[in-house]
Ligand binder design. Structure first.
Ligand code: C2E
Ligand code: MG
Ligand code: MG
Length: 873
């Protein structure tokens, strides 16, 4: 599995820490600043509050001081006997004003705006701003004069003045009032009605500023109450509606204002410095983070590379273990340093057994030394394959395909590594294919390819090579076995033949199967006729033994054609061809025999082959015709049967008799289609003839051997609807020679179809009369050779008489064929032969002629003998 780097970069811890630190320090800084500022503000506030207090306190003190001063001052005037004397009664204005005791200077130097002397009745003396005026105090003063008077006079201690505030001429003024009493020992009671001195100290801003400055107050002044801010400290002047105020110093604010710029500047500098510091710190941490990230990235890359490596190793392991190959490594001395786990599984050896061993001790190669091959790799520096063999743990030989590559270290070969694929099965399969391509699957014998290879090698040295005899063997009677009993029977026969052939041959010889029922035996180092004849006798004898198939004995024979290398040449294909020609000859000569190739055979065979081709052509183009020869009662008058005899209307050679082509047809299996045609044609033709006339058709023994005669006959009967009871089949006794039991079975089956069986040419073969008992014949035909000689006085007549006697005794219809003369006919009549056939009565004639003959014989049986019409043969 591939390891991919994370899509999201990991958070950079250092920068985060730095950032957090920056935030913390920033927060601390801000907190510090806030604390400092709030402390500062607190201090400033306290200072300001204190200032307010002080302001109020000193304002009050200033006023009180003014009051005290004013009280003291008025006391000094009122508690003065002289004044009492000049003022308590009628006012002595001269003393008071003119003499400046209480005149102008009171204003100019002492600052009093008004000086009044009143009694209960009136204002007795008035000086306003230094000018003596005639005015009533009540007019210029807000406070009622009577009230002032009462207060002053009602004092327990008359020496004590009173002070109050009142508007004077619309502006607040400090009013001090003191009873004018003498400062002597006179009793005060009588002074209750004394006049009262009143000083009006108008609290002008100038005066107040002056007073205030004495107390450190700035701009001590008066202001209407409603115009004063609530925060402003004040000293209210009773009912005047004015309060005394002074400018606040606001030391706190001053402090703030004095501190803020440098503090602010310092803060800004600090902030800038902090910002710079943090920026630097952040950059540093960024750098650190980047380094960390880079490190992490490289760690990740490393991790990913590790993962990839692990995955690769995992894959390698999986492949190494799953593959059928095992992996190996050797050092520069070719000692095994590594073997994969598969090695043990494939070879059965524990890996440790071979580690440290030389690879050449494990593996060998028969084409090139392994060590040499490996050393060569280093020069080519490319991988290559070598097929090696070894023995596995159980000692079994195994094959492997070795691939190798040099291991390079700094351009030097330090060893080799590669894989070993087990190809034992492949090699076995290849060997199997090789074997199959060279051998016949059914019998396991070498096939045509192997034979050709063998002959090529064996004949390579020509006359210097040992002599060879090539025998081509063809089985007789194989085809009917295969056709009637099926392929399993055929296969069993071929396999058995193969075994017998091998048994008859030596190790140096070769037995091959070319296909079908054709075999070749090559006898190595044997070429005398004597030796070969002995061998062939033995071979035919061996093959003649019945082959058991499912408990049925199957009879086969063999024909052999022989070619000899010393006589016929050293070309394999020629030798095979010659043996084939000789085989053909052997078959023609009669089966179960052998024949050596002779030069002249080629021509004969060529002619026969041509004929064979012509026959095939003739079958297709209806060149065959049938002639019919009647068979009579022994009186020679009544036609009881008619024999169909085949002819070939050859396009160039004219009408050919069966003797020319039937043997060839029998040898080539052409007899089968020809026989079927004859049977069908004859039946169809005979259908037109009277029902009491039988039809005789000749069957060749070869037909018995190569086709299912019973089925062929049945098919024709069914197809033509010809009554089986009218059909008579003529079979020579040779049919019993090849396969006695088979022939009997076939004949019984034919009988079951309802046909009659006649033994043809009786007396020419090897059959004894005893045979007849066992076979279901209905009649026999005595061969014409005996008939030809019965009139010559030889003892052939006796033989014929014996045959007639025996045949009749066995209930058979005895026919004499080849009756050419009246004498013969007569003798046969005398000897009580049943029926006769021969040129004397009628030659074989074409069907039209026979139809005529038949018609004539019905009309006049006697005349028919003389009538010789139509084409005859
Ligand atoms: P076969 O069946 O014995 O036929 C009689 C042969 O004797 C015929 O010869 C016939 O022409 C001849 N023959 C008849 N009467 C006389 C006579 O008085 N004197 C002489 N010298 N010969 C006489 P053919 O037609 O040449 O047939 C020869 C043989 O060929 C037949 O002998 C038969 O074995 C075979 N053959 C003929 N036609 C067929 C056929 O359709 N199928 C088979 N398998 N064989 C046939
Ligand atoms: Mg016949
Ligand atoms: Mg005959």
């Amino acid at each position: 599995m591939a390891v991919t780097a994370s899509a999201h970069p990991l958070p950079s811890p250092q920068r985060a820490v730095t950032r957090r630190l920056a935030i913390a320090v920033g927060a601390l800084f801000v907190a510090g600043v806030i604390a400092a500022v709030s402390a500062l503000l607190g201090i400033a506030n306290q200072l300001d509050e204190k200032d307010v207090e002080q302001n109020r306190f000193y304002s009050a003190r200033a006023l009180e001081n003014r009051i005290t001063t004013s009280k003291n001052y008025i006391t000094s005037y009122a508690y003065w006997t002289t004044a009492y004397e000049h003022l308590s009664g009628p006012v002595d204005t001269d003393w008071a004003y003119a003499e400046q005791n209480m005149g102008k200077t009171m204003f100019t130097s002492d600052g009093y705006d008004g000086v009044f002397v009143i009694d209960r009745n009136r204002t007795k003396y008035s000086v306003i701003r230094g000018q003596m005026v005639e005015t009533d105090l009540a007019e210029v003063l807000q406070v009622p004069a009577a009230e002032l008077l009462e207060q002053a006079l009602s004092q327990p201690d008359l020496t004590k003045p009173i002070a109050t505030y009142s508007l004077f001429e619309g502006w607040p003024a400090l009013i001090t009032a003191a009873p004018i009493i003498p400062n002597d020992e006179r009793p005060l009671d009588e002074l209750k009605n004394t006049s009262v001195l009143i000083f009006v100290d108008k609290l002008t801003p100038t005066k107040l500023r002056k007073i205030g400055s004495g107390y450190g107050l700035t701009n001590l002044t008066l202001a209407p109450d409603d115009s004063i801010q609530s925060t402003q400290p004040r000293v209210p002047l009773d009912s005047t509606g004015y309060s005394l105020i002074a400018d606040l110093q606001r030391p706190g604010q001053q402090l703030l204002w004095s501190l803020i710029p440098p503090l602010g500047a310092t803060l800004i500098v600090l902030m800038l410095l902090t910002a710079y510091f943090f920026r630097h710190a952040l950059r540093s941490s960024q750098y650190v983070d980047n380094s960390i990230e880079a490190m992490q990235a490289s760690n990740l890359a490393l991790e990913s590379a590790n993962h990839a490596l692990e995955a690769s190793e995992e894959r390698f392991r999986a492949v190494a273990e799953a593959a059928s190959d095992w992996i190996w490594e050797v050092d520069r001395d070719l000692l095994l340093t590594y073997l994969s786990a598969r090695f043990s599984e494939v070879t059965g050896y524990p890996q440790t057994l071979w580690l440290g061993q030389h690879i050449g001790e494990l593996l060998t190669c028969d084409t090139t030394p392994l060590e040499l091959w490996l050393r060569k790799l280093s020069e080519e520096t490319s991988s290559s394959d070598l097929r090696c063999t070894y023995r596995d743990h159980s000692g079994q030989p195994r094959h492997c395909r070795l691939s190798a590559r040099p291991i390079l270290h700094q351009h030097n070969v330090v060893g080799y590594r590669g894989t070993a694929s087990d190809i034992t099965d492949e090699v076995a399969a290849h060997a199997q294919i090789q074997h199959l391509s060279m051998h016949d699957a059914l019998t396991g014998l070498p096939n045509r390819n192997k034979l050709a290879r063998y002959l090529d090698e064996a004949l390579l040295l020509k006359e210097h090579a040992p002599p060879l005899s090539l025998l081509m063997i063809d089985l007789d009677n194989f085809k009917p076995i295969n056709d009637s009993l099926g392929h399993p029977a055929g296969d069993a026969v071929l396999q058995e033949v193969a075994v017998r052939l091998r048994e008859c041959t030596r190790e140096d010889d070769i037995v091959a199967r070319l296909g079908g029922d054709e075999f070749i035996v090559v006898l190595n180092g044997m070429d005398t006729h004597h030796e070969i004849d002995k061998f062939c006798t033995r071979l035919i004898g061996s093959l003649h033994q019945p082959v058991l198939f499912e408990e049925h004995p199957l009879h086969i024979g063999a024909s052999i054609g022989i070619a000899l290398s010393r006589r016929h040449g050293y070309v394999p294909s020629d030798l095979i061809r010659y043996a084939d020609i000789a085989l053909y000859q052997a078959k023609s000569d009669g089966k179960n025999t052998w024949c050596y190739f002779e030069a002249h055979m080629s021509d004969q065979i060529q002619t026969r082959r041509q004929m064979e081709d012509d026959m095939r052509h003739a079958l297709k183009h209806n060149e065959f015709i049938l002639h019919y020869q009647p068979r009579y009662k022994v009186d020679g008058k009544q036609i009881v049967s008619v024999e169909a005899l085949v002819r070939w209307q050859h396009p160039t050679k004219g009408l050919l008799g069966p003797d020319v082509f039937i043997p060839l047809a029998e040898q080539t299996d052409l007899i089968v289609p020809l026989g079927r045609w004859v049977l069908r044609e004859a039946c169809e033709t005979a259908l037109a003839w009277p029902e009491d006339v039988l039809l005789s058709v000749n069957l060749s023994p070869a037909q018995f051997a190569v086709s299912d005669v019973v089925e062929d006959v049945r098919e024709v009967l069914v197809a033509t609807r010809f009554p089986a009871s009218r059909l008579e089949l003529e079979i020579t006794e040779n049919v019993m020679l090849n396969d006695t039991d088979g022939a009997l079975t076939t004949m019984n089956a034919l009988k079951e179809l309802g046909v009659r069986l006649n033994m043809d040419d009786f007396g020419t073969g090897y059959s004894s009369l005893g045979y007849l008992r066992a076979y279901p014949f209905d009649g026999i035909k005595i061969d014409k050779r005996f008939i030809a000689s019965i009139s010559s006085g030889t003892n052939d007549r006796a033989v014929v008489q014996a045959i007639i006697g025996l045949g009749k005794a066995m209930g058979l219809t005895v026919t004499a064929e080849g009756v050419e003369t009246e004498e013969q006919l007569d003798i046969l009549g005398v000897d009580q032969c049943n029926e006769v056939q021969g040129y004397f009565m009628s030659r074989p004639i074409d069907k039209a002629a026979f139809a005529e003959l038949l018609q004539a014989s019905r009309l006049s049986p006697v005349s028919s003998i003389a009538t010789r019409k139509g084409r005859v043969t």
